[in-house]
Design a protein. Structure first.
Length: 502
């Protein structure tokens, strides 16, 4: 019956224009507004309503107050009985399968440790020396600072368990994440199941992953526990990393570098040399470090007043001034800033005496350790060995002269401020690019020491050495500290240094 009603309605709709006597010539042109689509929608809705099993909510359902008309046929004569026309059975639509409700990923309460006991094991990529070093330093700090002992295993020796902290390109869980990280500077910290995953596209970025762990996650331990996160949640990514003060400064959003930013962009490490000498050092790495490129290295040796092992005191001079020059080439340079231990010197000679003799004064353990750090950096990072630079002030001025005299084949150029050296080695340095700065009225380190070394190099035909005396030349700086300030705030000197190559 409903099919018949549908047929009647459709016929009426088709005949309506002719019944009304519409003349197409009198009808203004109609812009296509999707009338075919609208007609199709109307037809589909009508058919859909007819196929509704109970018809109660269908526009075609008969008005309950007006009974539907029953059609009949006669079988003959007055004795015929009325036989209702059998209704066409309404097809029963196949119901769509009801999808099972999605089960939300469970909240995993990732608790690294309770009451000093950890249920988790750190598994790290032991084929990467940077990851290996950082992992062991992290575990040591957890024990010494928080009293929490976390088992640490090399990936090559570990058996997979459910509660792990995976560090580096290991396991399929990590490799799947790594495939999604396309940029050379991308990294990921996230929860997968009950595992914490740390992975990056290059070794350099792991310094920042551990920095995030210590500063953000470990602070939660002091409050009792780590927080709860949803399974497979990306906790940190490069987008978060870009919001740190470091790249904001480098991208010009801050005109001067603050002590807070300086502390953040200079990573703190401790190095133990083969002879047991330990040096705390800071390391600056370019924000967009890419292992496919080679980077220059600038080593800065501080003065006597900044000795210690706190990793901060030796940042008070020169380094901040160098960064505040806004030199783009410096931002692309790896910077090594070792700290000489209290009571030690870069060169074991009295500063007040000026120059000394290398044949009498052996290389200090601290300078030997500096050279070992440079060798380590060469293994860990992509280093341009033809662009290694030295900068030193006061006691560090002696230190860089000493390094250049003993290892001149390693370094491309040097900026020596208020130092002293051995004039007998002048022949060896006559072709080395050297920039020396020393004020005439320096009462701490004799001006004569630098002047004698410069004259000795020039006397042997050296033409690559530059010597400035700011106070005698009327440049507004004087004294011992004035020479540091002049040299570290002069863009021409830094440009000259970073342009040199072996």
């Amino acid at each position: 019956m409903r099919v018949k009603i549908l047929s009647i309605i459709l016929c009426a709709l088709l005949l309506l224009p002719s019944v009304m006597g519409c003349n197409q010539s009198s009808v203004p042109p109609v812009t296509d507004t999707g009338s075919d689509t609208i007609s199709q929608i109307i037809t589909d809705e009508l058919i859909s309503d007819v196929l509704t099993s109970d018809g109660q909510n269908s526009p075609l359902a008969p008005d309950p107050e007006v009974p539907p008309v029953e059609e009949s046929t006669t079988t003959g004569g007055d004795d015929s009985t009325l036989v209702p026309d059998p209704e066409v059975p309404t097809p029963t639509p196949t119901p769509d399968p009801t999808p099972e409700p999605e089960t939300p990923a469970p909240n995993i309460e990732f608790v690294l440790a309770k009451n000093g006991t950890s249920e988790y094991t750190i598994v790290y990529d032991d084929t990467d020396p940077i990851i290996s070093q950082l992992t062991l330093e992290f575990a040591s700090k957890m024990e010494s600072k928080y009293g929490i002992i976390i088992p640490v295993k090399k990936n090559s020796e570990a058996t997979s368990t459910s509660k792990e902290i995976l560090i580096g390109n290991i396991r399929n869980t990590v490799r799947r994440i790594l495939l999604q990280l396309k940029s050379a500077g991308d990294f990921h910290i996230g929860i997968s199941g009950q595992r914490l995953v740390l992975v990056a596209t290059n070794s350099k970025m792991y310094h920042y992953l551990f920095d995030i762990l210590e500063k953000d996650f470990l602070s939660a331990i002091e409050n009792g526990n780590w927080s709860a996160w949803t399974n497979d949640t990306l906790i940190y990514s490069k987008s978060d990393y870009k919001d740190t003060p470091y790249p904001k400064y480098l991208m010009g959003e801050e005109t001067t570098i603050s002590d807070t930013v300086l502390e953040k962009i200079l990573e703190k490490h401790v190095f133990e040399a083969t002879d047991g000498t330990k040096l705390t050092y800071r390391l600056y790495m370019p924000y967009d470090y890419d292992s496919s490129r080679e980077y220059p290295v600038l080593t800065f040796l501080h003065g006597a007043g900044e000795r210690g092992n706190d990793g901060s005191k030796h940042l008070c001079h020169v380094i901040k001034d160098l960064f505040n020059q806004g030199n783009e080439e410096l931002y692309k340079t790896i910077i090594l800033i070792p700290q000489c231990p209290e009571g030690q010197q870069w060169v074991d000679t009295p500063w007040a005496e000026g120059n000394y003799h290398v044949s009498i004064v052996p290389e200090s353990n601290e300078n030997k350790a500096v050279m070992e750090i440079l060798d380590y950096l060469d293994q860990a990072y992509s280093i341009n060995q033809s662009r290694l630079y030295l900068v030193g002030i006061s006691m560090g001025g002696f230190g860089v002269w000493d390094l250049m005299m003993r290892h001149d084949e390693r370094f491309a150029a040097m900026l020596a401020i208020c130092g002293g050296a051995d004039t007998i080695r002048a022949e060896r340095l006559k072709n080395k690019p050297i920039y020396a700065v020393h004020c005439y009225n320096d009462s701490t380190v004799p001006y004569e020491g630098t002047k004698e070394m410069v004259d000795a190099i020039k006397a042997r035909g050296g033409t690559s050495i530059i010597f400035e005396t700011p106070d005698k030349e009327g440049k507004g700086y004087g004294g011992h500290v004035g020479a540091w300030q002049y040299a570290s705030r002069n863009p021409q000197i830094l440009n000259w240094l970073l342009s040199q190559t072996l």
